[in-house]
Design a protein around this ligand. Structure first.
Ligand SMILES: Nc1ncnc2c1ncn2[C@@H]1O[C@H](COP(=O)(O)OP(=O)(O)OP(=O)(O)O)[C@@H](O)[C@H]1O
Ligand SMILES: [Mg+2]
Length: 499
């Protein structure tokens, strides 16, 4: 009987570790010839093998006379390695080792494990996002009230020394608002103001600020691909990505080092997708930020994007930086990957979908138009916010019609005898959404200006593109000045169209 043609390797090793017999497959598995092995000891054939775990297993079987199975990685002198399943059994001469090459199977299983881990991570982020988004939504409404009444109070206090106390309240609220914004960004509940952008221009515009952020001990190398494609994104969001990645890089290089900011066009294919969950194949613009800092352990990398995960001292970091970056990138249909080794440095790669449209230059007029008499219909289901918005607009001498729901707003719009110049509506309301309500009222009153208030959106609002339409958005939390400016802008826009 010959076992030379088998795929499985068979070898018999004597008690003194000399090879007694090998079939062809066993020799092939070791990338050696049978005649070079038989009659010699394992240690002579493979120097150093006596220190490996697999040798320890063989020794155990020699002694115990009990069969064992192991999966073993065998590295060849070339550096290449393959995986084998081994069955080691006692035989009258010593041991008999059966080997099967399972390299492909092993790699497929590894890949599957990696994908499973990514899926689990994505699900965890989704759940955290839901939670954070809910908190941020409620905080936004509260902060709008706190900020709003602070400003009203400051105005009415005038020279009163207590105005200084109110300013402190206001400062703390601003800080809280910034945290809330990061949480909203993380949970993808921010309404992006999308524009076609040149990423290179965004980077060039902030290069000076970045250099200042980095300080003297860090060299910055900016490599922008001149043929870079366009992206469609909110410029403030893109800035937020850049600032956070650069600030982190700086913190990772307390003793100085080098920061590289790079852009290029890239294509993600099916191959990439097979190892990167939810990376949609397609054309992307890549932003890579590389530092020569302290790098990260796999444990830190596993939690990196979670909100409030930080390794920095109390008061030094909130752990919301990368969480907000992650949310922004995901909301734009992109993805972010990190490559890092402790002591070596870190690279973050952000991919944002590429678009073919031409760059849109920023439109908003700098000078806020002057106040003109107008009637404003406000719709907001949060009573306190409705009262605040009414108060802010009335103080600026607008005539206000207040509605606590979409239905009530429709009724007022249908029965109010005079003109209504502007609708100020919350985006997310029970029953009818702000945009749907605006559509209905616009049919009867086509000259209506529309301003949406939102601090929060479900994906549907963004997906349906209403954020692209010519409506004005006020982000919550808003300040009295911010709200009034948007109202004036929207009125001016409608009136210039009518002229
Ligand atoms: N370039 C980097 N090099 C090494 N570690 C990094 C790098 N970027 C992020 N990290 C690690 O990831 C953690 C989370 O980063 P993240 O930006 O989310 O929060 P933070 O920087 O700690 O605080 P915040 O950004 O809110 O001020 C950091 O605390 C740090 O441990
Ligand atoms: Mg940070």
């Amino acid at each position: 009987m010959s076992v030379d043609g088998l795929l499985e390797g068979v070898q018999i090793i004597a008690f003194d570790w000399t090879y007694r017999y090998l079939n062809g497959a066993a020799a092939r598995h070791g990338q050696r010839d049978v005649k070079d092995l038989v009659g010699r000891t394992m240690m002579a054939c493979y120097p150093g093998i006596e220190h490996t775990p697999v040798f320890a297993t063989m020794r155990r079987v020699m002694d115990s006379r009990q069969a064992e199975r192991v999966r073993n990685e065998f590295t060849y002198p070339s550096g290449e390695s393959r995986w084998f399943d081994l069955v080691i059994e006692p035989s009258p001469e010593g041991i008999c080792v059966l080997s099967i090459d399972v390299t492909d199977e092993h790699h497929a299983a590894e890949r599957q494990r990696a994908l499973d881990a990514q899926l689990q991570q994505a699900q965890k982020m989704e759940a955290l996002g839901q939670l954070a988004g809910g908190i941020a939504h409620d905080f936004n409404n509260l902060l709008t009230q706190i900020l709003g009444y602070c400003d009203l109070l400051t105005d009415s206090l005038g020279e009163d020394p207590r105005a200084a106390d109110v300013r402190e309240v206001r400062k703390a609220s601003d800080h809280a608002a910034a945290l809330t914004r990061d949480l909203l960004a993380f949970s993808r509940k921010q309404v992006p103001e999308l524009r076609v952008l040149d990423l290179n221009a965004v980077i060039s515009d902030s290069a000076r600020m970045l250099a200042r952020l980095l300080g003297e001990t860090i060299d910055m190398d900016v490599r922008l691909n001149p043929a870079l494609g366009r992206i469609k994104a909110d410029p403030t969001h893109v800035n937020q990505i850049l600032m956070n990645l650069v600030a982190n890089a700086r913190d990772a290089m307390p003793d100085g080092g080098k920061l590289t900011v790079e852009t290029r066009n890239t294509e993600l294919d099916e191959e990439y997708r097979s190892t990167h969950l939810d990376a949609r194949p397609g054309r992307y613009v890549q932003l890579a930020v590389t530092d020569t800092g302290q790098g990260m352990t796999p444990e830190v990398q596993a939690h990196l994007f979670e909100p409030f995960f930080t390794t920095k001292a109390i008061g030094k970091g909130t752990g919301l930086g990368l969480a907000s970056v992650h949310g922004i990138v995901k909301q734009s249909g992109g993805n972010i990957w990190v490559y890092s080794e402790p002591g070596r440095g870190t690279t973050f790669k952000v991919h944002l979908p590429r678009v073919d449209d031409a760059v849109e230059s920023p439109a908003p007029p700098d000078e806020p138009p002057s106040v003109t008499p107008a009637t404003v219909l406000i719709v907001e289901d949060n009573e306190a916010l409705l009262a605040l918005a009414t108060r802010i607009l009335e103080r600026d001498r607008y005539d206000v019609l207040a509605a606590g729901s979409g239905d009530e707003a429709l009724r007022i719009a249908g029965t109010h005898p005079g003109p209504i110049d502007l609708l100020l509506a919350d985006v997310v309301m029970p029953g009818r959404s702000g945009p749907a309500l605006a559509q209905e009222i616009l049919q009867a009153r086509p000259g209506l200006a529309v301003v949406h208030m939102s601090g929060y959106t479900d994906d549907a609002v963004v997906r349906h593109g209403i954020v692209d339409a010519a409506v004005t958005f006020v982000q919550k939390p808003f300040t009295p000045d911010g709200l009034l400016r948007k109202v004036r802008e929207a009125l001016a826009r409608v009136r210039s169209r009518a002229d």
